[in-house]
Design a protein around this ligand. Structure first.
Ligand SMILES: Cc1ncc(COP(=O)(O)O)c(C=O)c1O
Length: 353
């Protein structure tokens, strides 16, 4: 690493610095470890010249491709620069200053930020045993609540609520309160255990399901996500999108990625098998690992989190600490996971015996 780069990185948390550190294994941000899907690579090679032009502002071909993929009408689809932008668009569409936004905590770090940006008040309902406490979430809904965010599977714990709990929570939400069910990790979830909200609740007028191209479709850097919901809600969500936020390259690559569903499922299967192996190895080493339905695992190691992450970073593996709470570790390729497991075992032997 150059002296200049090292100086620029001084002071950055290791999970950020790791992105710029050649050779480090980055298991900090839940991306796909497999690289571009073949069809996407072909599109990128062909279309780079197009970036000198503005993209289609309404992403029409992409919207139609997503609609066809899910067998729904195009007017039920809203897109954005990542599902984080789409969740923000929903919030901008339905939350006014002072309104309440209810979500479990800890969940996706963007939720409090999105709530603040739209002037809302975050009502953060503590998880119970690392899982969304649906009774407490339902009880937290008041006359001021305009939006409920359900992260399922949840980031960073990887845990999911099942069909009964999801039904219980949705049935407790008044019709005039919007619910976002954030399914960023849908492809890694066991359909027997984790309800497909789109299939079950996609028709409800107050439910919006969000999905992303950043995880199983391996396009985190290109920024494309979408939501599916009732046409009038989607129309409002479309109005709050930053114009041209989804680049032309991103639109074309996302369309190509949708055509690779078989490869996407194959890769997700590999990640699920590795998740099982990593979970077993960590449990054998003495860690408490809540059952994950996502492409990462959560180690609720509390005050050890920051030091554990530094220990991993020193060993060339970047993981994501949440100081005082735990560490989230993305499932990478088998050899990357092995490197992490060696470091985790060494830590357990010296700190947790
Ligand atoms: C639960 C959840 N939702 C949404 C996102 C954002 O994904 P995108 O890259 O589509 O903005 C993430 C990313 O980590 C996530 O964990």
């Amino acid at each position: 690493m150059t002296v200049k780069l090292r100086a620029a990185m001084a002071g950055l948390p290791s999970y950020v610095a790791g992105r710029k550190s050649p050779g480090a294994v980055v298991l900090a941000s839940n991306e796909s470890p497999f690289g571009l899907l073949p069809a996407v690579e072909a599109v990128i090679n062909d279309l780079t010249a197009g970036v000198s032009r503005y993209p289609d502002m309404t992403s029409t071909r992409l919207v139609e491709a997503i609609a066809e993929h899910h067998a729904v009408a195009p007017d039920r689809i809203g897109v954005g620069a990542g599902s984080v932008e789409v969740v923000g668009q929903v919030a901008a569409a339905v939350v006014d200053a002072g309104d309440e936004v209810v979500f479990g905590w800890r969940a996706f770090e963007a939720y409090p930020i999105i709530t603040t940006v739209v002037g809302g008040t975050a009502v953060m309902v503590p998880l119970r045993d690392h899982v969304h406490d649906v009774e407490a979430m339902a009880a937290a809904i008041t006359g001021r609540t305009r939006l409920v965010l359900i992260c399922n599977p949840n980031n960073p714990t990887g845990t999911a609520i099942g069909p009964t709990e999801l039904a219980q929570l949705l049935n407790a939400v008044p019709d005039d309160v919007t619910v976002v069910i954030d399914e960023a990790y849908h492809h890694y979830a066991d359909p027997e255990l984790v309800p497909d909200a789109l299939e079950r609740y996609g028709d409800r007028d107050n439910v919006v399901v969000t999905r992303t191209f950043s995880k199983a479709f391996a396009l985190a850097g290109l920024r494309v996500g979408y939501c599916i919901g009732a046409p009038n809600l989607v129309a409002a969500v479309r109005k709050t999108q930053v114009p041209f936020s989804v680049s032309g390259l991103a639109q074309d690559c996302a369309i190509a990625a949708l055509g690779e569903e078989k490869e996407v499922r194959r890769r997700a299967g590999l990640t699920i098998a590795e998740r099982r192996r990593v979970t077993t190895a960590l449990t054998d080493a003495g860690y408490d690992v809540p059952p994950s339905q996502a492409n990462f695992v959560w180690l609720p190691i509390g005050d050890e989190a920051a030091d554990f992450a530094e220990h991993c970073s020193a060993g060339g593996v970047i993981v994501r600490p949440f100081a005082g709470d735990g560490v989230r570790v993305t499932i990478g390729l088998p050899e990357e996971n092995d490197r992490f497991l060696e470091l985790a075992s060494a830590w357990a032997a010296s700190h947790r015996a």
